[in-house]
Design a protein around this ligand. Sequence first.
Ligand code: MG
Ligand code: ZN
Length: 217
Amino acid sequence: MKIVAAKKILKANDQLAAENRALLDAAGVFGVNVVGSPGAGKTTLLEALFAQLKGRLKPAVIEGDIAGSIDAERIERIGVPVVQINTEGACHLDANMIASALKELDLAAIDVLVIENVGNLVCTAGYDLGERLRIVVLSTSEGDDKAHKYPAIFQGAHAMLITKTDLLPHTDFDVERIAADYKRLAPEGEVFQVSAVHGDGVAEAADWLADKCRQSK
Ligand code: MG
Ligand code: ZN
């Protein structure tokens, strides 16, 4: 019997992630890993952010999904270069998948690469993809206990974007509670409140992303 330890797999992933990061850095591309549950509003958020950043940043997207290309088609429709990764059952992206997808992108033509991870608050936390920035997206309909219950993903995120704030009057979601839990895990982390469909808070989040991108150059 042959047994491969999970730790070894993660070590190989870290090595590949470092190579991805070096490749992106050399091309002047700022990598962003967007994580969150299925239905948190990740793709809708990206559409809103890209509309806001038009003329300021040249983005591209890698879409991670177990099956299909619905989100990639949405990104393509707004004129942003996109590569779809179908994980065929795997519940997270890894650095090896990103390395393959990077070959399909013209890195010289972009300055920010947004990777929309597979919808999952658990194991996406353990896989460095070679990004410089990680954003966790949490919608108000998911509940304000998620940072408490899934600490790793929040701990590793540079910002928490609370989405669907237009639904706040219809939920008992407590923004202060989740913000306090998140700040305990990531004291340096930023918190944004966004309603992508109404446009509230999009400019603030977009400005922050543009600043982070600029600072990395
Ligand atoms: Mg999506
Ligand atoms: Zn997974």
